[in-house]
Design a protein around this ligand. Sequence first.
Ligand SMILES: O=C(O)CCC(=O)C(=O)O
Ligand SMILES: [Fe+2]
Length: 391
Amino acid sequence: MLRYNEKIDCVPWDFRLVDVLQCRSSITMATETITRPESLSIPKWSQVPETKHDLDWADLVTLDLGKFDTPGGKEELAAQLFDAVNRIGFFYITNFGLTQDEVDRQFSLCKQVFDLPADEKIKYRADLENGGYNGYKPLGTREVKPGIRDNTEIYNIPKFTAQYEREHPAVVKQHWDEIQHFAKYIHFEIVRKLLVLFAIVLELPEDFFLKNHRYEGKSDCHFRYMKYHRRTPKENTQLDNVWVKGHTDFGSLTLLFRQPVAALQVRTPEGEWKYVKPYPESITVNIADALQFLTNGFLKSSIHRVIAPPPDQAHIDRHGVLYFVRPEDDTELVPIKSPVLERLGYDKALDQATVGLTAGEWVRARVAKNVSRQGKEEESIIKGVKAKYYD
Ligand SMILES: O=C(O)CCC(=O)C(=O)O
Ligand SMILES: [Fe+2]
């Protein structure tokens, strides 16, 4: 088992995306130019209009990732992040280096995947019952209330490495190079920067978190297409408008590409639900359980939920493009040593419950419990460690 504080020999993370992309011979391996794969034709995705309703939006920080490589940029972003994350583990990023056209093409592919016939999609079903999340999660696998089943379809694509190879529908295979480029760009360019910023926040060496988030390592990081099927007014009433109960995510970070249907809400420390605003050309990032365990609660695994959209968006199926970041499976989820945690007293209240618990065990146990869960408030996940769910 690997502990965070141990010195480990690892593949350095500061190699560029171009060094690992092997999807096109046109990629210039010797330079840092990232040549994008040729795009095949995809139906154009047009984003639906934003809601006209005046919603109670959360006040979240926006990090301009374009500053990352400028002099003093990382430190400025880390200072911004410090203020944001200790209170509420949600923030936006902009200027992350992917064009709106590239993002829209992923939304279009997302739609095409879910438009496939049910008997085709089911061939790629994820092994959910055993904590496997790669592949297809069909609509309605879970009963959210007696007689009402969940309204999500999910297609998770794991890391593009030999150990995670699996079958995919033809539409995914046809666009494989483009999807691969997109997902790896997220991991090597966006996630890398965020993990460096978290290390700076904690006054640790910049590569601290990179060592346990290696792309070649074993972890359930995945790229996700998601679709929430619209519900009838009757169903929404029966559910008090809650589509996905308040929860935390399981890994390190979750990235949600901007989509305009207002339905995601974050719970403030005061216990209020606020809408997360779909800012144009942004990604919403939230901190998840593993980073909370590793920092003894300093980084907050934010509680969020998905509710029925406002009336002017109620007729729309909500498509999503997301990336889930998870630490390598053998990472023990015990608090790391950091001058910041010591100064702020986060080294004191060590909860022994996660000693011996690894990130891989935690993630798989949470996925498996999620399939069988039936609206309980608190669920014992594994080794006595619990997860809470909020209305
Ligand atoms: O679809 C969203 O906006 C949030 C999704 C979410 O919370 C999740 O999949 O864990
Ligand atoms: Fe979530």
